[in-house]
Ligand binder design. Sequence first.
Ligand code: MN3
Length: 234
Amino acid sequence: VGKPDGGDTRCAPARATPQRQPSHRPWLLPKAARLSCRLRLGTVWHSPDPLAQAQRSLAVTFKLPELPYAYDALSPHMSKETLEFHHDKHHQAYVDNGNKFAGPGTKYDGKGIEEICREAFAAKDAPVVNNIGQHYNHIQFWQWMKKGGGGKKLPGKLQTMVDKDLGGFDKMRGDFVQAGVSQFGSGWAWLAVKNGKLEVQKTPNGENPLMHGATPILGVDVWEHSYYIDYRNA
Ligand code: MN3
């Protein structure tokens, strides 16, 4: 598992926010929508109405990002076979289910992935918490690892926070590992920033620190699918 590289640790939104303005090509829309478009040009947009529904069908869906390295780049810690299953099969399933539960035509349509995480958790919407949560978690997870990563050297500002909030690197590492080991069943261990302070956290299933008022900067997937092929314990 790699370390934060000191760059911008927040991921880019997984999809663009669909345009909320009336289409500039209204001839592509149904007649009712064209009328509505003419009436509403230059006005604040409200849905539902026919044009909003037409736009919904054009909305951008969630997509599986490519791994930022080759499938064998993390070997021997995570094998090519593990990444093929974990990325191509498991992450893809979260994307497909995420589109079903929070994609075009749902009440989450057009919202950012972080906003959806928070909103779905507050609403106890388990299918969205788990699938969009896991989509968000994995987008980050792939970026938190790299070939030849790891080591104790941290960017200065992060080192200061680790010393101040978590008792230094070794204590932080021990607490982070313990959070993962002690997560019963499936879930994640995290380093997250909450109210300006670093915290070690753990969450079950697809939950993440966003849903608990924090921002994750490092996480490890402790679902069995992330390690079983390489570290089976039969
Ligand atoms: Mn996983």
